[in-house]
Each structure stands twice: as C-alpha cells, then as structure tokens.
Design a protein around this ligand. Structure first.
Ligand code: CTP
Ligand code: MG
Length: 251
C-alpha cells in the first residue's frame, strides 16, 4: 500500500510581491519548496514525492532539490518533477497523472505550506489508510466571517448577505489525503480540455482545494485537527511569521 505526495509548486506567488516564483524563494536560506519536500518525505508512510514545478522550471527545480536534499532525507523515497499548469487545479491534475499504478493513497500538499509538522502529515495519512476517502486538516476560524454581494462598482461598499455561525466554520489546510481513485475521478470530472467550463487559463483560479472537488462527487469528506504551523505563506507578513517559527525551532 504505497502513499504518494503531490506537491503543487507551480504558482507565481503574486500576493507575495514581485520576484522569483514563491516556491523557490528562501526561508532562512533554504527554498520554500525544499522545506516542504523535506517535511513530507519525513512522514513514515510516504514513498513517492511528485513535485509540480513552474512549467519553465522543471530542470531548475530538479537541480535545486538535488543540491539541497541530503540523500538521507529522501532515503527510500522516490522523487519526480513534472511541469505545472495555469492554475492550482490543473497543476494537481498533472501531478496525479504521473502517479504509478501501485499508489493507493495520495496526499496533496501546497509547497506554500513549508513548515507543516510531520505529525500532521502522519495523522492525515493514517486516517486515509484507516478507510476515509478524503481527509482535510482544518482549524477553527478566529475571525467572524461575512458573506457579501458584489458592490455596485469596484471599490463601492459591499452589502452583507449572511453571517455563518463561526463555531461551525473551519479554515482548511494541507496535506489533504485521498483514496487515489476517488481523487482521480474528482479531478477528471472537473477537467474540461475544451475550456467551456472549469479551467480557463491563468486568470481562472479553478478549485482552490482538492477536497472541494471530491465533495462535488458526493463522497464523504472529513476534517481532522490542523496545526498552526501548517499555515500558508501567501502575503509578505507570512514570511516574517515563517522565519520566526524556524528561529523558535532552532532555539
Ligand atoms: N500552484 C500551482 N500551480 C498554479 C498555481 C498555484 O502549483 N498554477 C500552487 C502554488 O505553487 C502553491 C499552491 O498551489 O504551492 C497554493 O497556491 P497559492 O498559495 O495561491 O500560491 P500562488 O498561486 O503561487 O500565489 P498567488 O495566488 O498569490 O499568485
Ligand atoms: Mg494562487
């Protein structure tokens, strides 16, 4: 029973500001992607890591991983690098297409969550191996969340439509874990090569979450407790937090 990890790392990181693609920027001297691959490869059950690289960066990413990853970290773990697509959903789909037949469970983990604790990875993988079809780590939401309608013009005040009960809301993280066939079916169902629905190119965000695609199949998706250190590096302030977490770990 092989468990594989797909790591989408093909995004530009627009919200982080101009510069190198997000996964290749460094945290305390080490690329974000290298932190993420290490964290996932350390998990007990993981035997294959598929990195989905920026389409023009496959060779560079391969070189980078070879330089940074000690053979020890990846002992018993195979590594593949494949080119990504125009949005996250398309990148994950390309990663899934590279999986060998004998993989039965799949974890999908954002490269942009480089500090995920290995215990969280193991907990998600264990829940899938115990028979869950789709497992999502998540945390309670600290802020009250409002649903709004579009304003009359960009920048105009947005009318509030609803205030969901906060205690029932969860902010989801990765790695999300899946029974392989279900995740493949979920992605195939959404994929539309003609572009008449679903993915349309760089401006269409596609699905931001793999479990959301599985929900649309009507399959059971469960939440397990997430971890604060599995936060996503999205905006510049997140880099400050990530450096602080690394400094605390070293102390
Ligand atoms: N991702 C990907 N392929 C894309 C877009 C995103 O593999 N075409 C990956 C990112 O590399 C990241 C993860 O999906 O690891 C989560 O996406 P996000 O945090 O939105 O990263 P970016 O899309 O790079 O950032 P931004 O939206 O700010 O541009
Ligand atoms: Mg994005």
């Amino acid at each position: 029973h092989r468990t594989a990890v797909v790591i989408p790392a093909a995004g530009r990181g627009v919200r982080l500001g101009p510069g190198t693609p997000k996964a290749l920027r460094t945290l305390s001297g080490t690329p974000i992607l290298v932190h993420a691959v290490r964290a996932m490869a350390r998990a007990r059950t993981v035997s294959l890591v598929v990195v989905v690289a920026p389409p023009d960066g496959v060779v560079d990413v391969h070189t980078l991983l070879d330089e940074h990853l000690l053979a020890q970290t990846l002992e018993g773990v195979d590594l593949l690098v494949v080119p990504g697509g125009a949005n996250r959903q398309e990148s994950v789909r390309r990663g899934l297409a590279a999986l060998p037949e004998d993989v039965r469970s799949v974890l999908v983990h954002d490269a942009a969550r480089p500090l995920v604790p290995v215990d969280l990875v193991d907990a998600v993988a264990a829940a899938v191996r115990a028979g869950e079809v789709a497992v999502v780590p998540a945390l309670p939401v600290p802020d009250t969340v409002k649903q709004v309608a579009p304003g009359e013009r960009p920048g105009a005040p947005e009318p509030v439509v609803d205030t969901p009960e906060r205690s029932r809301l969860r902010a989801v993280q990765t790695p999300q874990g899946f029974e392989r066939e279900t995740l493949l079916k979920a992605h195939e169902q959404q994929h539309d090569p003609a572009g008449t629905q679903g993915t349309h190119g760089p401006d269409d965000p596609g699905a931001t979450d793999d479990a959301g695609l599985v929900e649309r199949l009507g399959a059971r998706v469960v939440v397990v407790p997430g971890h604060e250190e599995a936060f996503k590096v999205t905006r510049p302030l997140d880099l400050v937090l990530a450096e602080a977490v690394l400094a605390r770990r070293r102390a």
